[in-house]
Ligand binder design. Sequence first.
Ligand code: AMP
Ligand code: MN
Ligand code: MN
Ligand code: MN
Length: 270
Amino acid sequence: MRVDLHTHTCFSDGKLSPEELVQRALKKQVSMLSITDHDTVAAYTALEGTTSRLTIIPGIELSTHWSKMEIHVVGLNIRPDSDAMDEAVDSQQQARMSRARYIAERLEKAGIPDPLAGAGKIAGNRNIGRPHFAQYLVEKGICKSPAEAFKKYLSSGNLRQHWADLPTVVNWIRDAGGIAVLAHPLKYKLTYTKLKELVDDFIQAGGQGLEVISGKQPTFQVRKLARLCEQTGLLASCGSDFHQPDLSWAELGQYPPLPKDCMPVWEQFR
Ligand code: AMP
Ligand code: MN
Ligand code: MN
Ligand code: MN
């Protein structure tokens, strides 16, 4: 069974519509899919009334901060229409807007014209994020690639200050009936000791799962994360972090299965 529990649509920074994403997942033989857009559940409203041959697990990816770092937590099997998700989305969207204004001010100081309007237009005035600023900087010819834009303009400054803290985001997910999963644990480039500290605080806050597989990963990394699950009793999740076609390292459901000794998070879904 191919399971992909971390994907994005055009309702955050992905390129496909929810329906296109579901069609692509079917083509890639994914039988269980979660759309986990950044700080929004709008994809589920868009899918209301549609049916498909795969199991869709409602999800979200919430940005938070921990120890001066931006950390992402995926909420799986949530109720998108719950009061807790309403509150989470409202609060995170306000955070996104205040962060966008902060980013725009810094870009203006660097001599870049109309960054907020430009990025807002690319985002379709919904769920504005750094990828939209990156695209604007590329379109204006200021940067050659989104990677360069991130490096030069979108990674410095106190960006994390805007987000809710770790216990708050985990509580939103739990109150919405979901399971909180620590997203792409190796992306934060922490030492093993620091990663263990993060995992301990995450569990203390009520977190229950860890992404053992995040896209194509070397086997030794998968093993390392599986061991961490075993040591801490965390459930294991897997997902591609798919944003768009043509990125082979993040294609829907294209990775080996979870190691046998992991407890798959989806066994808890009902
Ligand atoms: P945001 O949620 O607004 O902070 O944007 C974070 C998103 O930007 C991530 O989920 C990635 O999709 C994307 N991203 C992060 N770093 C880079 C990078 N160096 N180059 C291109 N995209 C990136
Ligand atoms: Mn993204
Ligand atoms: Mn993420
Ligand atoms: Mn993601």
